[in-house]
Design a protein around this ligand. Sequence first.
Ligand code: AMP
Ligand code: MN
Ligand code: MN
Ligand code: MN
Length: 283
Amino acid sequence: MRHSSIDLHTHSTASDGTLSPTQLVRAAAEAGVRMLALTDHDTTAGVTEACTAAVKHGIQLVPGIELSAMHRNRPLHVVWLAIDPEHEALRAGIEVLTRVRRERARAMGEELRRLGYVDVLEQAIALADGAEVTRTHLARVLVEQGAARSMNEVFKRYLGRGKPGYAAAQWPSLDEVVAWIRGAGGVAVLAHPLAYRWTGAWLRRMIEGFCEAGGEAIEVVSGQTTPSEMATVAGHARRFGLLASQGSDFHSPDVPWHRIGNLPALPDDLQPVWTRWSTTPSD
Ligand code: AMP
Ligand code: MN
Ligand code: MN
Ligand code: MN
């Protein structure tokens, strides 16, 4: 299977994406994706629907989830691939994450009310339409209310870490989250390692913690990774002996820089993460 036809990080309306799992799978198939992981934030609610659609389109659906966690007081995301959606550790973990997410959404709604933006949480709940509220939902409402012109601006001014509408969440520890993943026989992938904007020293420290906790893979290609960013993360994959993953982090067709599939190939010397569950040789 060609590397460019594999996308192991995507979102649907089950979290903060704009396509339903069925629409997402169709879009992936149309983009030439042959192996797709659905990795919604802290939920597997879309996996069953995605599996059904994948059978129809003849593509391989890898059940996944993107978990929120904390390490050394910093939030980070762990993509868990090849999960058993029924596993007990996962079900219990999702309950914890849902509680934390709801508490934080409420706190952020309060902060935004103090800033003069009323009913943001209520409108975000309506927009999420049964999914748990993420900052993406709050941001869409704030753009609608005219608080900023773009999603990026909303995060810069209100919802980014440390900004006036932000509330820190007490996500479970990285150790805890990776233990669930390994206990359920899945693969833990450190998501978009450069998106946190940590310094080089912090990035190494965080990857070290991820490895100590039992993490096995790192996203070498994520979204619009530049060649030099890819080389940086590939270097960390080699240094720490991690498997390499690739995923667009697709959320919506409205965001042109996070297109589904069509990712650059991983460096040849790295072992792709999908060798952990797929016997299909790369061509
Ligand atoms: P949460 O998991 O609730 O903290 O929400 C995080 C989500 O916000 C990420 O997964 C992104 O989808 C979205 N996000 C973060 N920063 C930005 C940004 N600058 N522009 C648009 N979306 C963003
Ligand atoms: Mn998201
Ligand atoms: Mn993420
Ligand atoms: Mn993501």
